[in-house]
Design a protein around this ligand. Structure first.
Ligand code: ADP
Ligand code: ASP
Ligand code: MG
Length: 411
């Protein structure tokens, strides 16, 4: 088989970790498989580089930042290749450019436009294991661009697709995708299978285990993903197109938490056509993503509008919203960064009434106030106080019997 194996920073924290992963790759090669390895930067290297940059420049250019951040992966690919060679496995490191990855010009969150895997094929043909630096590619003008945080997942899936690989395996420090982040909910259980839509909601609502753009790419190209642990031999989770789903499917598959959001409120803006259009157009034009929106029932020809954005966007959003508020003659602006979003996700809730009520009731029983609600066909999200976030996750997890112990009791 031709297997793409991606190892994340959490599996490459030290020289010993690199050796451990190299042994794992060696075993796969010795079983007669061809392997293309994709590596992330070691441990927290990307965060460390980012911190260094912000110490030296208030507002570093996006091009320079990408040039810098990509070096973490460049280092680990060379280190992994030399470790494999030391173990007697012929290997060669590849940067994103050498692996033929062409990206868009959006530094820091570039899309992969094309993969030309010729050089990787040439290496494989002569028995060399390519080790590709994840998270990076080059624009058509040859500048390095990175693929967004967690972007080595995308590198692996795009390469697996371009090579027509038999399997794409994403290794991290957990045994696949769980019913909730096992670091927050120790009782969370591993999921055997998830469909792309569920995984996409989970990733975009805060489950860091797979990058959202990577799951989107996998869904678009129908690349199955095998999410597994570097440190154990458990089967992990397969993410692929859902077969005809059984009616027995539980209403909620998993819970996600996003602590990095902010709630913005405009108080007392005129209740007139064009108000929301002006506000959200200006935010959209500045690349600020708005998620949940609530407009309160109008009183005295005035409305209150509240919406959520990513916490990182607050600095950019504040002057824009302030300007809109002044233009519209509104009363006040409030920005609350002490909120979190907890989401229950599952394609089993499709066409099944009463699921939202169970989520709300679980929170009510824990005296947790819901500030905003958002839904999609397979998701119910609640904005709550950040201090309540982990408890809220646990309450919903218990309400839908997602934990390992509950499952055993039910059996
Ligand atoms: P890597 O460094 O290998 O890319 P990440 O840190 O990006 O690994 O992703 C793995 C982490 O994702 C886990 O350690 C876990 O805390 C977190 N996580 C969040 N939600 C989930 C979930 N539903 N299932 C498994 N892991 C999750
Ligand atoms: N090293 C990058 C990050 O920390 C990319 C990755 O790990 O996938 O976001
Ligand atoms: Mg990751």
């Amino acid at each position: 088989m031709l297997i793409v194996q991606k190892y994340g920073g959490s599996s490459l924290g030290s020289a010993d970790h690199v050796k451990n992963v190299a042994r794992k790759i060696q075993r796969t090669v010795e079983q007669g498989h061809q392997v293309v390895v994709v590596v992330s930067a070691m441990g927290d290297n990307t965060d460390d580089l980012l911190e260094l940059a912000t110490k030296l420049s208030v507002n570093p250019s996006a091009r320079e930042l990408d040039q810098l951040l990509s070096t973490g992966e460049t280092q680990s690919s060379a280190l992994m290749a030399m470790t494999l060679e030391h173990f007697g496995v012929p290997a060669k490191s590849f940067s994103g450019r050498q692996a033929g990855i062409i990206t868009s010009y959006d530094y820091g969150k570039a899309r992969i436009e094309q993969v030309d895997p010729r050089e990787l094929r040439n290496a494989l043909a002569v028995g060399i294991t390519p080790v590709v630096a994840g998270y990076q590619g080059v624009t058509r003008s040859g500048d390095v661009a990175t693929l967004g945080r967690g972007g080595s997942d995308l590198t692996a899936i795009a390469i697996a697709n371009a090579l027509g690989a038999d399997r794409c395996e994403i290794y991290s420090d957990v045994a696949g995708v769980y019913t909730a982040d096992p670091r927050i909910i120790p009782a969370a259980s591993p999921l055997g299978m998830l469909n792309y839509d569920e995984m996409l909601e989970l990733s975009s609502q805060g489950a860091q285990v797979l990058q959202t753009q990577a799951v989107e790419f996998a869904r678009g190209q129908q690349v199955p993903i095998y999410a597994r642990s570097t440190f154990t031999d458990e089967p992990g989770t397969i993410i692929r197109e859902g077969k005809k789903e059984s009616v027995e499917k539980p209403p909620v598959t998993a819970i996600a938490l996003n602590r990095h959001i902010a709630k913005v409120g405009l108080i007392g803006v005129p209740d007139a056509p064009g108000v929301a259009a002006l506000l959200f157009q200006e935010l959209g034009e500045s690349g600020i993503n708005v998620e949940l929106i609530i407009q309160a029932l109008s009183h005295n020809q005035l409305n209150d509008i509240a919406f959520t954005i990513e916490e990182d966007d607050v600095e950019a959003a504040e002057p824009i919203v302030q300007r809109c508020l002044e233009k519209l003659g509104g009363n006040a602006l409030s920005i609350d960064t002490q909120v979190a979003k907890v989401s229950a996700i599952g394609s089993g809730m499709l066409g099944r009434p009463g699921v939202a009520a169970r989520v709300f009731k679980a929170l009510a029983n824990g005296h947790i106030n819901i500030q905003m609600i958002g839904t999609s066909e397979i998701k119910i999200s609640c904005i709550i106080d950040r201090d309540d976030a982990e408890r809220a996750m646990r309450l919903i997890h218990e309400e839908f019997h997602l934990g390992q112990s509950q499952e055993m009791i039910e059996d």
